[in-house]
Design a protein around this ligand. Structure first.
Ligand code: SF4
Length: 206
């Protein structure tokens, strides 16, 4: 039987598209590294947080290296996630973190849409830049759907040399807080931005 490191090397040698095939199931299950039912450190207000399994960025100094492999974690359905979410009506909304949430974009978009129907808002972290995602969205329906269901995008890889401990909700000052909707603008209004902190953007489609 191949060792853990041999299996990891085999997976990392595969193109990303092939790796993505192994991440979910036809019924849209999501591979989660962990889930926090109520958090105050992953976006404004009390939030329900999903940490997805699998990340292609491999940022040096990453705080969640256990999320990098596209295997491991736990498979969970959209319905199971929503059943847990519904037990926490005090949550303002959901935060999608990782790992790289856009490796599970189609299924997470369904979760996010359901949270919106319940009156919640959606914060999505990504190691990609918004421009990369909008390019990808031209050909990938899941990416388009998750971008469309995201109110506040926190984008960019973690850069160790630019680590930022004082600014809430970002790991390094190259990361940007970008409102993609009116709800995203309201989320931004609730975040204190340090003068030397990250770039903020307000791109409203509403
Ligand atoms: S994008 Fe996030 S989870 Fe992925 S390697 Fe970078 S810091 Fe870690």
């Amino acid at each position: 039987m191949p060792s853990y490191w041999e299996r990891k090397a085999q997976i990392l040698r595969k193109p990303l598209a092939d790796r993505k095939k192994g991440l979910g199931r036809p019924n849209g299950e999501i591979r989660l590294a962990s889930l926090i039912e109520e958090s105050i450190v992953d976006g404004p207000g009390l939030r329900f947080v999903l940490f997805t399994q699998g990340c292609p960025h491999r940022c040096p100094g990453c705080h969640n290296p256990q999320t990098h492999l596209p295997i491991g974690g736990t498979l969970i359905s959209v319905e199971e996630i929503l059943a847990i979410y519904d037990k926490h009506p005090a949550c303002r909304g959901i935060t999608l973190s990782g790992g790289e949430p856009f490796m599970h974009a189609g299924s997470l978009a369904k979760v996010a849409a359901a949270v919106h129907r319940r009156g919640g808002d959606v914060v999505t972290y990504t190691g990609y830049r918004l421009g990369q995602l909008t390019n990808l969205a031209k050909t990938d329906d899941g990416t388009l759907a998750l971008l469309s269901e995201t109110d506040l995008l926190i984008d960019g890889p973690f850069v160790l040399e630019m680590r930022c401990l004082e600014q809430p909700f970002v790991g390094s000052s190259n990361q940007r807080l970008i409102a993609l909707s009116l709800a995203g603008n309201r989320l931004l209004d609730d975040i204190p931005i340090l003068p030397e902190g990250p770039t903020i953007g307000r791109i409203s489609y509403e």
